[in-house]
Design a protein around this ligand. Structure first.
Ligand SMILES: Nc1ncnc2c1ncn2[C@@H]1O[C@H](COP(=O)(O)OP(=O)(O)O)[C@@H](O)[C@H]1O
Ligand SMILES: [Mg+2]
Length: 274
């Protein structure tokens, strides 16, 4: 994709190169979507194309109301594109949804107060009437650092811990893709920064491809393999920035000139697109 790390690639306006190899990641090709209401159509997404490699992290940044959440809903199979196509590890979002292989978490963790941490994580199985996988829940509790809290109720947890429960629950059905809509937006800076690095570790552990929306440019550059900068509604891709850096180096990389340069490049593109 991008040869030079701090440079932004021009957006792909039409379909991405169909001959490019798909590695089982996420491929969005020329996707457009408009909401239809009584007062006519409201275009929200305009010919968006980008790829996220398998097991990688794509981060969407763009002005409020530009269509970021709409894009996540399209990938989740909750909405269907008017034109264009989405491929997640070789399957369509509709199929993915039917197989419960898209995991979702939002800014509000949305936990059930009367259920324990363990039973909140297992909720997707109960909703689907599927048998629980206790060993997998144990593993999720462990990688999210919640083992000791498995039998507690959400009110006994901090905000960061509740967000980790929401993450574990989103991973419960071993999703092909994890969709995170401003998941850490309500947390304080320190908790958020810790959770960001924890998220990378958790994703490396499960190998899950992730698409995350954030308002924070620093968070985007810290987390992403691919930052997708979107313009005003209906959102088109303004630029794509590859961050070719191993996850193990992300913590240290925050204090480097390259990190600042990448943040500046994204910020400038965002400001130009307002
Ligand atoms: N269910 C809906 N029906 C009609 N319009 C919607 C609906 N959801 C979102 N929109 C509109 O689509 C646009 C994009 O919304 P959204 O994807 O939520 O933006 P973002 O997440 O970037 O803030 C906004 O103008 C919003 O008002
Ligand atoms: Mg949104």
């Amino acid at each position: 994709m991008n040869p030079a790390p701090a440079q932004l690639a021009a957006p792909a306006t039409g379909a991405a190169d169909p001959s490019a190899p798909t590695d089982g990641g996420l491929r969005i090709q020329a996707v457009s979507y408009g909401y239809r209401g009584r007062r006519g159509a409201l275009p929200a997404v305009d010919r968006v194309s980008f790829d996220v490699p398998r097991g990688g992290m794509g981060v969407l940044v763009g002005p409020s109301g530009c269509g970021k959440s709409t894009l996540l809903r399209l990938v989740a199979g909750l909405l269907e594109p008017d034109t264009g196509s989405i491929d997640v590890g070789g399957v369509t979002p509709a199929r993915l949804r039917a197989q419960r292989r898209a995991g979702f978490a939002f800014q509000d963790p949305g936990l059930l107060s009367w259920r324990t941490v363990r039973r909140n994580i297992e909720l997707p199985f109960d909703l689907a009437g599927l048998p629980k996988d206790r060993a997998w829940t144990d593993h999720l509790l462990e990688i999210t650092g919640l083992t000791e809290w498995a039998d507690r109720r959400p009110r006994e947890l901090s905000g960061g811990m509740r967000q980790r429960v929401a993450l574990a629950r989103a991973l419960a059905t071993r999703p092909e893709v994890l969709l995170l809509d401003e998941p850490f937006g309500a947390l304080d800076e320190i908790t958020r920064s810790d959770l960001n690095l924890e998220l990378l570790r958790i994703l490396s552990d499960t190998g899950t491809t992730c698409l995350l929306v954030t308002h924070s440019v620093d968070e985007a550059v810290l987390l992403a393999d691919v930052v997708v900068v979107l313009g005003r509604r209906p959102c088109a891709v303004r630029a794509v920035l590859d961050v070719p850096q191993p996850r193990s180096q992300r913590r240290a990389a925050r204090d480097t000139p390259e990190f600042s340069a990448r943040c500046r490049a994204v910020r400038e593109e965002l400001e130009a697109g307002r």
